[in-house]
Design a protein around this ligand. Structure first.
Ligand SMILES: NC(=O)c1ccc[n+]([C@@H]2O[C@H](COP(=O)([O-])OP(=O)(O)OC[C@H]3O[C@@H](n4cnc5c(N)ncnc54)[C@H](OP(=O)(O)O)[C@@H]3O)[C@@H](O)[C@H]2O)c1
Length: 354
């Protein structure tokens, strides 16, 4: 259920409309939190130029700059939020993006989508360039790869020269305190270090990969670190344009088993056993998440939080990726596996009986 003022909450960077009061990442009600007073209009994820005083506030309505009546506004709040068709002027034709964690599952796809749409990309992770062959992935050669730890900024700071946006994709779902890998450090501090470096280098925007709901079997500390990073990006760096993406499961062929898991979650949507198996928290193909991240990075009017339906919309309509070529959920490996197990058991029974 949505709480009072929840429509506004989304505009301030929350990944969910309503937060559980018992959770460690519960925030104060929207009524006591105000948007940053930068003189800009804060709407559902769109930063618009300030309107003349007599105009009503702006909402998503197909055109981000069109005023809407209160009747239209109420209607808009009842439907799933839609991404407006973004004005071409606000989408820069060629931008430079820096992608911390760009050698990971989603980061790699963000690099591909950005390069293939004409943008300049520099990416780093501790192990550097991902194991993708240029023969099969020619775009890999157009990315400037660097082996660097985000906590050693001297090793990657120069990549920010002339950059327009940082797209942060570093995270862990497992802690290894003996190796200094904790949720707080990797999922929150790393984003704040990247944002600090961005501000120092005069980079205008940070796109942050967060998550809508706690993944199954992952401790709550994972999610509270993400929420802390979202809040700190917003509050500690008011000069930055920040966009937070909040998908749940992201699937693609390069992450084994995720297309099957996505198919199972989609099948379970009617039963709603978990937020990952709902329309609002449904799995998304990695191509759509990457398209939304690139769109957010290069669209100067976009700010706030992108929900699962909004990411889906951008993936389908932005033209940055071909929706027909996006990854698809597939039960086939599971059925083949189950079939193989059943066949094996049947053969074993026959062999024992003979
Ligand atoms: N996958 C999903 O289903 C999903 C769903 C929702 C949200 N997200 C979010 O999306 C983001 C990307 O997820 P992903 O699945 O692509 O993760 P991933 O494959 O694990 O990629 C993370 C990358 O971060 C790099 N990294 C880790 N520690 C680093 C450090 N100290 N310095 C520099 N680089 C470091 C790793 O490269 P090295 O090992 O080479 O350093 C790795 O390639 C994360 O924020 C995640 O929470 C993912």
């Amino acid at each position: 259920m949505r709480g009072p003022g929840s429509a506004s909450v989304r505009g301030y960077g929350q990944c969910k409309d309503t937060l559980h009061t018992s959770s460690p990442f519960h925030e104060a009600p929207a009524s006591v939190r105000r948007p940053r007073t930068t003189g800009r209009v804060h709407t559902l994820g769109i930063r618009a130029p300030p309107p003349p005083r007599s105009q009503p506030e702006f909402l998503f309505s197909g055109n981000p700059f069109a005023p809407v009546s209160s009747v239209q506004r109420d209607a808009a709040r009842r439907v799933s939020p839609r991404i407006p068709s973004l004005d071409q002027a606000s989408r820069r034709p060629v931008a430079k993006l820096v992608v911390p964690g760009g050698n990971g599952f989603i980061g790699t796809e963000i690099c591909r989508v950005a390069v293939q749409n004409g943008h300049e990309v520099a990416a780093f992770g501790r192990t550097g360039r991902p194991a993708l062959t240029p023969a099969r992935h020619p775009w890999v050669q157009d990315v400037e790869w660097r082996a660097a730890d985000v906590f050693a900024p001297d090793a990657w700071r120069d990549l920010l020269d002339g950059a327009d946006a940082v797209v942060h994709t570093i995270a862990t779902i497992r802690e290894h305190p003996d190796r200094n890998v904790t949720f707080d450090r990797v999922n929150a501090e790393s984003a704040l270090r990247a944002a600090e470096a961005a501000v120092a280098a005069d980079v205008g925007a940070v796109v942050f990969l967060s998550v809508r709901d706690k993944p199954p079997l992952v401790p709550y500390a994972f999610l509270s670190a993400k929420r802390r990073a979202e809040r700190a990006l917003r509050e500690d760096h008011p000069s930055l344009r920040t966009v937070t993406l909040c998908p749940n499961l992201v699937y693609g062929a390069r992450k084994t088993g995720t297309p099957t898991l996505a198919a199972v979650l989609n099948q379970a949507q009617g039963m709603r056993p978990h937020p990952y198996a709902t329309a609002e928290g449904r799995p998304l193909p990695v191509e759509f998440v990457a398209a939304a991240a690139v769109q957010a990075a290069v669209t100067s009017t976009m700010e706030g939080t992108l929900t699962v339906p909004q990411i889906d919309d951008i993936g389908r309509t932005s033209g940055l990726v071909d929706p027909n070529a996006a990854s698809t959920p597939s039960l086939a490996p599971l059925l083949v596996g189950l079939g193989g197990t059943a066949l094996g058991a049947w053969l074993l029974r026959r062999w024992r009986a003979s």
